[in-house]
Design a binder for this molecule. Structure first.
Ligand SMILES: Cc1ncc(COP(=O)(O)O)c(C=O)c1O
Length: 426
């Protein structure tokens, strides 16, 4: 006999409060205050100079970050969008180029391609909800210059296939790790497998300073070009006004620099990363172990399960019509869960809702990058139903955040809620 669901008047499976998903943000405390006060006391707020010389917090953060993920270079910037644009520009992406990106990602991944003056080509996700390598192969044209692959909702893309495709077709690979800091693929940190890796420290991310980003690379030229793009004042150069040291070094950049205040907060937050990751992974495993064999649900497969950062849990139902009642029943049980795709509710993580891209909206009327005269071949076209597999997967999936603050008791109650609802509604 199934237990009576809370939505039908039965007892709730989860009786403890839910936490919002700000893993690092909720842990801001004395360490962050101490770091920030040091910056203020020294009046050293700009990484390159101040009234007195001091070691830069941003530089220290870059050094620690590069050492942790095992990349030769790390450049801190003011957002992941800035990091992605800098990486694309550094890789030589520009007018006339196409860049292939996953249709399930925050819109910023796609917008960064337009920001680099190139044309986004939107590919299918596979059942892991990361980019489908088979569809990448179908979408490559002579204009394709790079792949922007997103380790979406904390799990690695199929990097072996992606790197093989890139090598065969002479493409650059930029990894968007905004949601996957600390994740790995076959023992390597995400962000260090392609040409550049980009990270976000926006408030919703694992560690945060409200805003912030990072680019990592092992290639000195790419690092130099990211530096050149991120600091139009060229403060980073050994001699700001010197001749270029190699052809292509000097060009007009923008200002994506990270402030010392941000660097200070992130230094303190970075010290908490391993603990946050181990708590989220512990919590995710605790729930997964109790639902992995539950009838009627299929847990999202992962390319390398050991590399998942554990920010969430996603599982499929066999029919999209079951998703809304299932999510509502879970909410009534006290479990914070939701369906992902509903064509009626706009969500900028799903390409079908990227109206500005689908309609090729631009701030000026000439319509670049889509009308760029340097673009050769067939025009890139979009429609809301062009990636049916992505929409089919997303329409059947249920998503739960896994805050690091959950206790094991919370996790057991969440698993109980899922099992209770699945027994009746899956
Ligand atoms: C996958 C992905 N890429 C890029 C971004 C953009 O990050 P930022 O807000 O730091 O520019 C986000 C932010 O939510 C994201 O989730």
């Amino acid at each position: 006999m199934n237990e009576k669901l809370a939505i039908q008047g039965g007892p709730k499976a989860k009786t403890t409060p839910n936490y919002p998903m700000y893993p690092g943000g909720l842990e801001i405390g004395e360490e962050e205050k101490k770091q920030v006060m040091e910056v203020l006391d020294r009046k050293y707020l700009f990484r390159y100079y101040g009234p007195e010389c001091h070691p830069s917090k941003v530089k220290e953060f870059e050094n620690r970050f590069a050492q942790k993920v095992g990349s030769k270079y790390a450049l801190a910037v003011n957002s992941c969008t800035s990091a992605l644009i800098s990486a694309l520009v550094a890789c030589g992406v520009g007018p006339g180029d196409e860049v292939i990106v996953n249709g399930y990602t925050f819109f910023a991944s796609c917008a960064s391609i337009v920001g680099a003056k190139a044309i986004p080509v939107i590919a299918e996700a596979d059942e892991t909800l990361t980019i489908d390598p088979d569809d990448i192969e179908k979408k490559i044209t002579p204009s394709t210059k790079a792949l922007l692959v997103v380790h979406m909702r904390g799990v690695p893309c199929d990097m072996d296939r992606i790197m093989a495709i890139a090598q065969k077709n002479n493409l650059k690979v930029i990894e968007d790790c905004a949601q996957a800091l600390g994740g790995t693929y076959k023992g390597k940190y995400l962000g260090t497998i392609g040409d550049c890796g980009c990270y976000s420290f926006q408030y919703h991310k694992i560690i945060t300073a409200g805003e912030g980003g990072m680019v990592v690379t092992n290639d000195e030229r790419l690092y130099d070009r990211c530096m050149g793009y991120h600091d139009t004042a060229a403060c980073w150069r050994p001699d700001r006004f010197a001749e270029q040291r190699y052809e292509g070094e000097l060009f007009c950049g923008v200002n994506f620099r990270m402030s010392e205040l941000t660097g200070a907060v992130l230094l303190a937050q970075f010290g908490k990363l391993d603990k946050l990751l181990s708590l989220m992974r512990r919590n995710q495993k605790r729930i997964l172990d109790q639902i992995k064999d539950t009838k009627g649900i299929r847990v999202r497969p992962v390319n390398d399960a050991g590399g998942d950062v554990g920010i969430c849990l996603m599982f499929y139902l066999d029919n999209k019509v079951k998703v809304q009642p299932f999510a509502e029943a879970l909410k009534a049980e006290g479990v914070n869960a939701a369906g992902v795709f509903n064509s009626g509710i706009p969500d900028w993580h799903i390409y079908a809702h990227w109206k500005h891209v689908l309609e090729k909206k631009t701030p000026t009327s000439e319509g670049c990058p889509w009308t760029c005269p340097y673009h050769k071949g067939m025009p890139v076209e979009y429609s809301p139903d062009m990636n049916p597999n992505t929409l089919e997967y997303l329409s059947r999936v249920i998503h739960l955040d896994i805050p690091s603050q959950l206790t094991l008791e919370d996790c057991d109650m969440i698993a109980k809620g899922i099992n209770k609802v699945a027994a009746v509604l899956a």
